[in-house]
Every structure is written in C-alpha cells, then in structure tokens.
Design a protein. Structure first.
Length: 410
C-alpha cells in the first residue's frame, strides 16, 4: 500500500477565504438584491498595460512562423528579460545584482514554496504574525513543523508578532533561528520596512548564519525614494538573502503569471561534510531539473514593461491603485478609524472599532454595508482586532465602499 505525505494532514483546512466565501454566499442568499462590494482578496482588477499587451501579441506572431518560432527556452529565463531586470530594477538603483543571478519563473508563490527543495529539514523557521499564509503552509507540507494548536500556531515555527505595539516591526528572535521570512511592503499589514530595519535583520542573519527569504512582491508600490525596494540595498544582504519579486501586482500578471527570484552568487552554505556550497548553484540545478522556463510570450510581455512606454504605463497603474488606497485611508480616518499601511502598499490595515473581533467586524460590515474585507485574524493570531482592505478595485467601487463604511461605523 502506498503512503501519502502525512504532513498535509497537519494543515489547517484553508480556512480564511472559504469561510469568507461561505458567509458572503449565505448573506447573498438571504439578501439577493444586495450589491456586495468585495475589498477582500488581493487580486488586481485593471487591464494589462498596452505596451505589455503589444509585446505579447508580437510574441504570439513570432511563434506563428517557422523562421521566428521558439520552443524550449532557458530554464532561468531569457536574457531579453533578465538583462533589463538587472539593469533597471537593481543596477540603476546602485544595487549589485547581475542578470545571471535572476531566475525567471511563473510565480512567486511557487518560488517561495519550491525554494524549500534546496534547504534542509531541520532548520528553525521564523515568520511574522500576521503573515502571508504560503510561507507557513509550504513548511508544513515539507514536514518542517509539528502540529497546529487551537490558535492555529504550528509547533516548531517561531512566530514574531507585528502589531501597532511594535509599529509593525518584528523584534529579533530571542532564540536563534535559521530561516526568516520577511515581506516588505507587507501583505497583509500594508506597512513597509526602513533601511535600518532591514539592516538589523541582515546583521542578525550574518551573525547567526541564517537565511532571509525576502518577499518584495509589492516593491513597485513604495513611493518614498528613501525606503528600500530590495533587500540588496542593505550591506551584507548578498551573503544572506534570497529575494522574490513578481509581475503579478505591478503589471497585473496575476492571471498571466511571471515572477523572478534572485539568488546571489555570494550566498553560501556549509554542508554537513564541511564543504562550502553555493545556493545559486543548487537553485539552478533545481530549476533546470524541475522547471522548463516561463512561457516565451509571457516573458516578452514582462520585458515590454521595461520599455519607456511600459514603465510609464506601469507607473500609472500603480498610481491608480495607490489613489484608491489613499481614498480608503482618508475615508476611514474621517470616521475615526485607526488605519495603517496603504502608503507604500495596496493594502490598508485597520484597527477594528471598539475593540471588536476581526470576524465580528467582518459580519457587521457585510450585514450593514454589504462590504467584504479580510479579517486580520485569518493571517495569524496577532492579526486579531485588525482588518485588511485591498485597494485593488475600480474607483467607483472604492468610492461607494467609503460612503457605506461611513454609515456602518458612525
Ligand atoms: C501576490 C503576492 C505574491 C505574488 O505571487 P505570484 O505567485 O507571483 O502571483 C507574492 N507574495 C505575496 C505576499 C503576495 O501577496
């Protein structure tokens, strides 16, 4: 009889979004005329930039002719995409990342999970609380945790609370950890890290021989030029950090699928036999064996985002969402709600009024305002008492939502 990976049995049954769906469906059934506005799931709403669409059209036409056809491409991605990433996203900002340290893929979600293939099974792992659930669940699946307790906290994971009390900056762990997941600008809290904060983590990692997994999926939303967009803007990060970036949020590729991961050549580990091993080489080996590259058409589309027109269109797309975020922030503050985030990230993280529980607030918002958001407790126990609103929506929906919010809260 074959066996299964029983680590999957430890997973808390994908609770958050199914539970939201269940409550929304029940409300809709009871109130079929209610016009529900969803500010919940972090998916983009606006169409692709025109330059990106043109890039993909041209790529499809190339594939339609024998002379310009492309079959399998490089597993690491085409130079026509890796080069402008290295030049524009890194070198132009004075950051030392070369094109051959960039691995193009079909998503950051899969990369953050797949990276565990090249890491050992006995690392102690730290995550912030609240957190993007993928970091947790992929480690559960890989057998790196024990069972979850009633609050949903897994044995063997180190949880670092981020709340208003610490200004959403996690304290350094009190017992040494080997792997640290950081996401800035942050999903779900919408908060951002300063260079000093990242430096503190990089210094910690170098002192303890730890690895930082830096998720920069929202870097394009950073609007203050003094804030870091990459962990490699911090001294020493090339020796201790892997960075994940995605085209999902900046050019609307959640359905198209393209991302990249940076594994610097300076990043070394020591095998149990004492040999020094390059993580870059391990990841290259992993990708060459288990991945056959992102689609040619999609990479051409992503590359078009690095042309001057593409840059300008990407910027206006981000500006559009960030204006939504600003309206949400201002609208909520006007009715006395305490809000965080939404300045360098497309998420607004609000404190529920009157100390309401996250799910109670969810029900009240749905019932009284026909609005759907995401309960903070769904991202971790320390998210209790908070609530996430996404700025990924039409302007009209955002404006209507703010009006309804006012009537619910006041
Ligand atoms: C949206 C998002 C990503 C992007 O994932 P893709 O698989 O590239 O779409 C990565 N990390 C976080 C925290 C996100 O919210």
């Amino acid at each position: 009889m074959f066996q299964i990976n029983e680590n999957y049995l430890k997973l808390k049954a994908g609770y958050l979004f199914p539970e939201i769906g269940r409550r929304v469906a029940a409300f809709s059934d009871a109130h079929p005329d209610a016009q529900i506005i969803k500010l919940g799931i972090g998916d983009v709403t606006e169409p692709l930039p025109a330059a990106v669409v043109a890039g993909m059209h041209a790529a499809v036409d190339e594939l339609a002719s024998r002379d310009s056809f492309h079959g399998y491409g490089p597993e690491q991605g085409y130079a026509f995409l890796r080069d402008p990433i290295a030049e524009q996203d890194y070198q132009a900002r004075g950051v030392n990342v070369s094109a051959d340290e960039i691995f193009v893929s079909d998503g950051s979600k899969c990369d953050t999970g797949n990276i565990l293939d090249i890491l050992g099974a006995n690392n102690s792992i730290a995550i912030t609380d609240p957190v993007y659930p993928v970091y947790v669940d992929t480690n559960v699946m890989a057998g790196h945790t024990g069972e979850a307790d009633d609050a949903g906290r897994y044995d063997k994971l180190v949880y670092l609370p981020v709340t208003a009390d610490n200004n959403f900056v996690a304290e350094l762990p009190t017992s040494p950890v080997d792997i640290i997941y950081l996401c800035y600008p942050n999903n779900p809290t919408g908060t951002v890290a300063t260079k000093e904060t990242l430096q503190k983590w990089v210094d910690y990692a170098r002192e303890h021989g730890s690895l930082i997994m830096f998720d920069a999926a929202y870097e394009a939303f950073v609007s203050d030029p003094s804030l870091p967009r990459s962990i490699y803007e911090v001294d020493g990060a090339r020796e201790c950090a892997i960075e994940f970036r995605s085209f999902s949020k900046n050019i609307g590729f959640t359905g198209v699928r393209c991302a990249f991961t940076v594994v610097p050549k300076d990043l070394k580990a020591t095998a149990s036999c004492g040999t020094e091993v390059s993580l870059h080489q391990l990841w290259n080996r992993r990708q060459s064996t288990k991945f056959n590259g992102a689609s040619y058409v999609v990479q051409k589309g992503a590359a078009a985002a690095y042309t001057p027109e593409g840059r300008a269109q990407m910027k206006s797309l981000i500006d559009f969402y960030m204006t939504n975020a600003k309206l949400l922030r201002e609208g909520l503050e006007a009715v006395g709600i305490t809000v965080y985030g939404g300045e360098h990230a497309p998420y607004v993280w609000l404190q529920t009024p009157d100390g309401m529980g996250s799910w109670d607030f969810f029900d009240r918002l749905l019932d009284k305002g026909h609005l759907v958001g995401t309960p903070g407790s769904g991202f971790g126990a320390a998210g209790e008492g908070y609530f996430r609103l996404s700025a990924f929506n039409s302007r009209e929906n955002v404006e209507t939502a703010i009006e309804r919010f006012k009537s619910v809260v006041s």
